[in-house]
Design a protein around this ligand. Structure first.
Ligand code: MN
Length: 245
């Protein structure tokens, strides 16, 4: 049995399935998706539905998953009458930020094209899988999986349950921002090319601390990265998206 971590799929469904094939993902394996399934890419909702169909895939929320979970009710209302959406677009800055600046429009369109039962399935899934970090121990090695890192709570005396959700999905962290000496952190959120050209399209490793940044910028035309936690082998699938950023 192998345990894998992947992050920031952002609707890159084709690349995700290519990765599952590459690693020969089976029913005996586990996959942790460290946030941001939807937005920006082409097939956000179909990808989310694929993930929902695997009992051995586990979602840890990222900021984009928080948005979708927060607004499923509004989008379902919008299917009945678009007035609800118009009202939100005039009054709700957070909704506008998701829609206009973070790729939410295409996700919302795809969601509202579904049948009502499919919409409710997604709502129930997101409500029941609302998780912001996961600790694991594999082959004697301890892991902490979290979308953006520990934000301003990055100190070794921190108690994970006390960290506000916002700090686990939003702040951009440094390459070495792991406060623990005996825990390997696996994070996404920040495409690795933003840490420097030498990391472009590759998983970035902390220089002094045990931390892997695994968002290789697939939706920005780089690559989809995945790491097998049993032996830390890395896998890559090239992106079909145009290179931006
Ligand atoms: Mn993110």
């Amino acid at each position: 049995m192998s345990v894998y971590a992947i992050s920031d799929l952002h609707g890159c469904r084709e690349e995700f399935h290519a990765m599952l094939e590459k690693i020969a993902f089976s029913e005996y394996d586990e996959m942790y998706i460290i946030g941001d399934v939807c937005d920006r890419g082409k097939e956000s909702i179909a990808l989310l539905q694929d993930i929902m169909s695997y009992p051995n895939m586990h979602l840890i929320f990222g900021n984009h998953d928080v948005w979708l979970a927060k607004y499923t009710d509004l989008l379902i209302k919008g299917k009945k009458s678009s007035l609800a959406l118009f009202a939100a677009l005039h009054t709700n800055m957070d909704f506008i930020t998701w829609m206009h600046y973070n790729g939410g429009v295409s996700t919302a369109d795809q969601f509202m094209d579904l049948s009502f039962p499919e919409c409710y399935d997604i709502k129930v899934y997101l409500d029941s899988s609302r998780t912001f970090y996961k600790t694991l121990e594999i082959m004697g090695r301890k892991f902490l999986l979290v979308h953006s890192g520990l934000g301003s709570y990055c100190h070794s005396s921190v108690s994970l349950p006390e960290i506000p959700e916002y700090e686990l999905v939003w702040p951009h962290i440094g390459l070495d921002d792991n406060p623990f000496d005996d825990v390997t952190m696996i994070v996404g959120h920040m495409p690795t090319f933003m840490y420097g050209d030498e990391y472009d399209g590759r998983i970035a490793h902390g220089k002094r601390k045990s931390i892997l940044h695994i968002d290789c910028g697939c939706v920005f035309g780089r690559a989809l990265g995945c790491v097998r936690l049993n032996d830390m082998e890395e896998f890559y699938v090239s992106s079909s998206y145009p290179r931006v950023g």
